[in-house]
Design a binder for this molecule. Structure first.
Ligand code: G16
Length: 540
């Protein structure tokens, strides 16, 4: 073991989900080493413990894993469990931490951000509950990066990541395992695979792995376990640059899937996941389920699935996510919570048993089976519900709206804008929030306008500045916040929501239904004129 002198780098503050930067930033000598050593300095439980390590296979994944293993060995980690060829999806890591009672896990991913030498890279640390480290830990890691002057590393040569089995690096045991097997076992414990197999017999599905990590997981589940033909999984081989694509399962980047599902002979079911396998999107022939609606449908029908047949104690959603799931929770008589954006905020509620299902508008949903969002889990939930109800995706969502009403919902992103201008939008709106209450814009009167603060009901911690929200007497609202996951300039997100009761018009075009709220948001917050854009860069 040697100790290497180093100097701090600016800006190693983890964002919404870990540290995400351009690959070239991570490739600077000592950049990754400093951050990884700061993790070990901030989480002493790792010494003598087990650490799970893997990533989504993006460019630099393999290089980074070798560096992390050497630093882990030098810092006294007893055992690391690594996915074959360095691959693990984020939900698989969360499961393995819990299964092996590990002290934590390191996931290498920039999620839905593009990969390749010119793309993005990322690293996140998950704690011993399997979930993203809470703010107290990420703050401690960041603080350490600001003062770090040395890291420890062993000089041994690279481990062969393609051979399953056990080896050693210095004193540390390194286990290379099949990344899929334990995840598949967990899914078999939750779902009725026979019912899903019956449902899909003779039907066509299309799962788009977007050249990212879910390819091997989806092939094992859909083709090997459920016996569907090979073409059911498209773009199923993980590639370091995701085939030049952008592994974000939305209408723009999952265009191949959307074109298939909106074609004349569309398959019965369509779905996709993202770079690291934690996001999901679900489609039926000529219909796409908004992630916010998806969470509500899963909550309303959870008892159809063996893993939740005794019901769920409560649900949670991030603040900008539509309130569709709240209505379901009220109907079921269970608790519902509103947390800031970021999966880490669900951890305490899950650990305390207050909730068993949660999700976000950003295509994330999951349950208490792990402490991360889980793309394939959500997709299997839908399939199990379809199997139990003997219905199509379109029928299930129509029934849902007829029962609970519909939350028209859309997110308008202004990506890569100048940071100073994005800050000016946030400051401008926050300064006028108080004066908005009671004022009428078009037909809408503002009932509430605030800067969201979250009071964690389990540990009492408070998180401020979690997004600006303007609500109207009609129940409509808009929310504006700055993304914490981008790597270029700033990304402003405008979230629009309008509630239509169950006896109202449930079949409107989403953007048309939301246009009045979008116009009011622009009149109040002046995004377009401040950031000099005519339109959002992405509408989802
Ligand atoms: C991450 C977080 C999510 C969050 C999403 C978008 O997802 O885990 O909780 O909703 O980013 O965050 P933001 O709006 O700050 O960009 P992922 O899939 O990128 O890890």
């Amino acid at each position: 073991m040697i100790e290497v002198n180093t100097t701090p780098f600016d800006g190693q503050k983890p964002g919404t989900s870990g540290l995400r930067k351009k690959v070239s930033v991570f490739q600077q000598p000592n950049y990754l080493e400093n951050f990884v050593q700061s993790i070990f300095d901030s989480v002493p439980e790792l010494r003598g413990g087990t650490l799970i390590v893997g990533g989504d296979g993006r460019f630099y994944n393999d290089v980074a894993i070798q560096i992390i293993l050497r630093i882990a060995s030098a810092n006294g980690v007893a055992q690391t469990i690594v996915g074959q060829n360095g691959l693990f999806s984020t939900p698989a890591v969360s499961n393995l931490i819990r299964l092996n009672e590990a002290a934590g896990g390191i996931v290498l991913s920039a999620s839905h951000n593009p990969g390749g030498p010119e793309g993005d890279f990322g690293i996140k640390f998950n704690g011993d509950n399997g979930g993203p480290a809470p703010e107290s830990v990420t703050d401690a890691i960041f603080e350490r990066t600001r003062h770090i002057d040395q890291y420890k590393i062993v000089k041994e040569s690279d481990i062969n990541l393609s051979d399953i089995g056990e080896t050693h690096l210095g004193e540390m045991t390194v286990k290379i395992i099949d990344p899929v097997a334990d995840y598949l076992t967990m899914m078999e414990d939750i779902f009725d695979f026979d019912a899903i197999k019956n449902l899909l017999g003779g039907k066509q599905i299309c799962f788009d792995a977007m050249h990212a990590v879910t390819g091997p997981y989806a092939t094992a589940i859909f083709c090997e376990r459920l016996g569907l033909p090979e073409g059911s999984v498209i773009n199923g081989t993980p590639q370091p640059d995701f085939g030049g694509g952008h592994p974000d399962p939305n209408p723009v980047y999952a265009k191949e899937l959307f074109d298939t599902m909106f074609s004349e002979n569309a398959p019965f079911f369509g779905a996709a996941s993202d770079g690291d396998g934690d996001r999901n999107i679900v489609l039926g022939p000529n219909i796409y389920i908004s992630p916010s609606d998806s969470i509500a449908v899963l909550a309303a029908n959870a008892t159809d699935v063996p893993g939740y047949e005794n019901g769920i104690p409560g649900v949670a959603r991030s603040m900008p996510t539509s309130r569709a799931v709240d209505i379901v929770a009220k109907d079921l008589g269970i608790e519902h919570f509103e947390t800031p954006t970021g999966w880490k905020f669900f951890g305490n509620l899950l650990d305390a048993g207050r909730i068993a299902l949660c999700g976000e508008e950003s295509a994330g949903a999951s349950s208490d089976h792990i402490r991360e969002k889980d793309g394939l889990w959500a997709i299997l939930m839908w399939l199990n519900i379809l199997a139990s109800r003997h219905q199509s995706v379109g029928d299930v969502i129509s029934d849902h709206w007829l029962t609970y009403g519909r939350h028209y919902y859309s997110r308008h992103d202004y990506e890569g804008v100048e940071k100073a201008k994005a800050d000016a939008v946030m400051l401008g709106l926050s300064e006028k929030l108080e004066s908005l209450v009671g004022k009428t814009f078009k037909e809408e009167t503002v009932s509430k306008a605030d800067n969201f603060s979250y009071h964690d009901p389990v540990d009492g911690s408070v998180s401020h500045n979690q997004g600006l929200r303007v609500e109207f007497e009609s129940g409509s609202r808009f929310v504006i916040r700055l993304s914490g996951t981008g790597t270029v300039g700033a990304t402003l997100r405008l979230y629009l929501e309008k509630y239509e009761p169950k006896d109202g018009d449930l079949k409107q075009d989403v953007q048309t239904a939301l246009r009045p709220i979008a116009e009011i948001a622009e009149e109040i917050a002046k995004i377009k004129s401040t950031v000099n854009r005519d339109e959002p860069s992405l509408i989802s």
